[in-house]
Design a protein around this ligand. Sequence first.
Ligand code: NAD
Length: 480
Amino acid sequence: MSRAVTYTKGDGIGPEIMRATLRVLGAAGADIAWEEAQVGEAVYRAGISSGIGAEAWESIRRTKVLLKAPITTPQGGGVKSLNVTMRKTLGLFANVRPCMALAPYVPTKHPGMDLVIVRENEEDLYAGIEHRQTDEVVQCLKLISRPGSERLLRYAFEYARSKGRRRVTCLTKDNIMKMTDGLFHRLFDEIGAEYPELEKEHLIVDIGTARVASAPERFDVIVLPNLYGDILSDVAAEVAGSVGMAGSANIGEQGAMFEAIHGSAPDIAGKGIANPSGLLTAATMLLRHIGQGEVAGRIQDAWLCALEDGIHTGDIATTQHTLQRVGTEGFADAIIARLGKTPRRLVRAPQGEARLPPAPARATPRPRARKELIGVDVFFHWDEQGRSPDALAARLQPLADPKLPMQMITNRGVKVWPEGIPETFCTDHWRVRFQGSEPIASAQIVDLLRRLAEAGLDFIKTEHLYLFDGKPGFSLGQGQ
Ligand code: NAD
């Protein structure tokens, strides 16, 4: 029986590139029962703020596989990002994006480039937990979880192993974010030890990104947290030659979603000139995911043949290598006409099944650590007495509990009391650390907060300071 798969036509160039893609898949013998679902602009306009209606959900939940054309994200408030909703509902924890040069047919300075980015997809600064706390300061919470990171990292290693890749590079900024990025890096080392045949390396994300731009051929599989991955994957696609060529897979526990990495390109919509390659590449990843890898290989080979034969859409046309400039449908026809052929110069697609690895199970929770409360960071909105740290300290000193003395005040993370640097610029957002030498009861924090409130101090949030198995679960202030 044919495999049921949901697809959405999307907006802008979406319907054009979807039509061409489905035509190629049909001609290549993909055994799929397609179900169309409505998402995107029209659904948003009908007043559904998620951009996806109940019927579409029903189909996606049942088939668990979605081929998604780009959609136009409406401007203005009140609407939710469809991608984010989809990601959260299907638990799409990993975004996999291969970036390969197709030189000389697609111009690039790095013809040897062939890397795959595995990006964490659910956590980090994308949890969307943001608050305005004072007149001058807003914050966004960066959340990195052990189970989320473990599963993603394991997936990256499994991907590298199953695809015969040799090296996995992890990029973080753990020289600065020692706890969040530090955890991701540590787990990379821990889980990497289970894959002795793979070479492992860690680079700081800034120099790592610079190297992807300058020497991408030295990378193989790259694994990284959400925000860095978001940025790096566009850098890599651009360096490979064209954002219009790349596809990506979003792998989850409950399902998987495949899409081109580009948007709905409203500037060329309806002209019949869009390049369907990004969506077609995503569709071949989908075919491998559902066990139709042979069809995927045939399509990829034919696609490479069309590129080699100089049949190009306008976005990749060059004077040197383009023999025939075609539109979306013309390009699909060229691919269909080459099904069964193998490329002469470009590297052939993997043959046979070449499945994507399945989502690893969640790791079993570890034994809980011994947790002791030893203090609290209280954050204040305070804009009095010329924002003098000494004045704030003098105001707070009499309110502190002797068992929970005031240790330091920071402003934007920099220590300004005691013995701060007078030149430090201070905003209206202060963090005051109250910490003793012995474990305390949370009631002591409640008492402290009551005294602060009674004194008319505007505290805006607290963070408890814990020891986990005797080790501090908090960072020191800069200069502490
Ligand atoms: P875009 O990727 O749509 O377009 C950027 C440029 O690349 C344009 O000049 C466009 O003509 C060109 N281009 C893109 N895909 C092409 C293709 N297949 N063939 C030929 N040329 C192509 O980015 P944008 O203009 O910033 O965004 C347009 C809309 O798409 C916005 O509403 C945005 O929110 C949305 N978007 C959606 C997704 C998605 O659904 N996954 C991703 C990115 C952007």
